[in-house]
Design a protein around this ligand. Structure first.
Ligand code: 2P0
Length: 323
């Protein structure tokens, strides 16, 4: 018996952040989150289940992966094998069209593409909601990459109701300018960083409460297409997530001096009347939420300080595609 499937999934950038799990093995989050799927970073993954293989093989960007990375993929594929009673090894070939593990959300697009490809290859035929539940168990942020545009990941009350919901297709004047400050692998993975924050930061409880309030507010802003309100909420929510990390023991920060330079430039641009807002994830790169129609103006200012290769303009991106 044999089955194969191939899919593409795009990265997403959270405007209301996911930071912390209430259940580590099921990947259930402490708070709900909301993101924008973007067009410029994506993963394409092919899964082949076949009795011809002696074990699972995982190739990332053409390179056969070692034990740890392969085990994480195997464990994820086991969800599909178990559901379909499928006792076959797999070959997984994945290409990331983005810099891996530099806070540019490679696990989100990676596990969303893997889930969508395994869904076809195994013949499980999950719908998108179920697929987002599966993707979640690979990596939390992958839940949201099943859909395009603005997407909410509802934390839910159990495994069955913690999934993503599309909120708005973002087909209005919205974009992002991404400043790539460092492509190196991060020292502390987001998985380890959020665990440390949950366990040791005295600010953590306040973070969770305040993220839920920000989420309610930003959904109203998105519904009203109130760009400035949406941006202000996103910027302050990101800062609060980083504040919760600073309170961890030992303290944690993903910022670099250039990250602060970008933040100050964003505030300067705002003073000049260009509505733009920054957000950062588990890495030093800065994502600037802006009007797509003003993204080139912002880029022109940034290249007075940064190399043009460091600046990427992102449009809203689509959900998963079966290839
Ligand atoms: C987010 N991040 O909402 C947040 C903001 C980073 C900062 O989701 O442990 O790779 O696999 O569930 O999804 C990155 O964490 O973590 C992340 P796991 P994931 O986008």
């Amino acid at each position: 018996m044999k089955g194969s499937g191939k899919a593409r999934a795009h990265a997403n950038i959270a405007l209301i952040k996911y930071w912390g799990k209430r259940d580590e093995s099921l990947v259930l989050p402490m708070n709900s989150s909301l993101s924008l799927t973007i067009d410029c970073f994506y993963s394409e993954t092919e899964v082949v289940f076949s009795g011809d293989f002696d074990r699972d093989y995982f190739y990332l960007n053409g390179k056969l992966q070692e034990k740890d990375a392969t085990e994480r993929v195997s464990k994820f594929l086991d969800l599909f094998r178990k559901a379909k009673n499928l006792d076959l090894p797999a070959r997984v070939e994945s290409i990331n069209y983005l810099p891996t593990a530099a806070g540019l959300a490679s696990s989100a697009s990676g596990f969303a593409a893997l889930a969508a490809a395994a869904n076809v290859a195994s013949g499980l035929n999950l719908d998108k909601r179920e697929l987002s539940i599966y993707a979640r168990q690979g990596s939390g942020s992958a839940t949201r990459s099943i859909y395009g545009g603005f997407v909410e990941w509802r934390k839910g009350s159990s495994h069955e109701d913690s999934y993503a919901v599309p909120i708005d297709d973002a087909s209005w004047d919205v974009g992002m300018v991404i400043v790539v400050i460092n492509k190196r692998e991060k020292k502390v993975s987001s998985r380890a960083g959020m665990k440390r924050t949950v366990e040791t930061s005295p600010f953590y409880k306040v973070w969770v409460e305040s993220a839920e309030e920000d989420l309610k507010e930003i959904k109203i802003a998105i519904k009203n297409r109130d760009f400035e309100r949406m941006g202000l909420i996103a910027e302050r929510n990101g800062l609060k997530m980083h504040a919760s990390m600073l309170g961890a023991n030992p303290p944690l920060s993903y910022w670099e001096p250039e990250s602060l330079v970008v933040m100050q430039m964003v505030h300067q641009l705002r003073r000049e009347g260009i509505p733009c807002y920054f957000t950062m994830d588990a890495g030093p790169n800065v994502k600037i939420l802006c009007r797509l129609s003003e993204s080139h103006k912002i880029r022109d200012r940034l290249i007075e300080v940064f190399d043009p290769n460091q600046i990427i303009i992102a449009k809203p991106g689509p959900g998963i595609t079966i290839l």
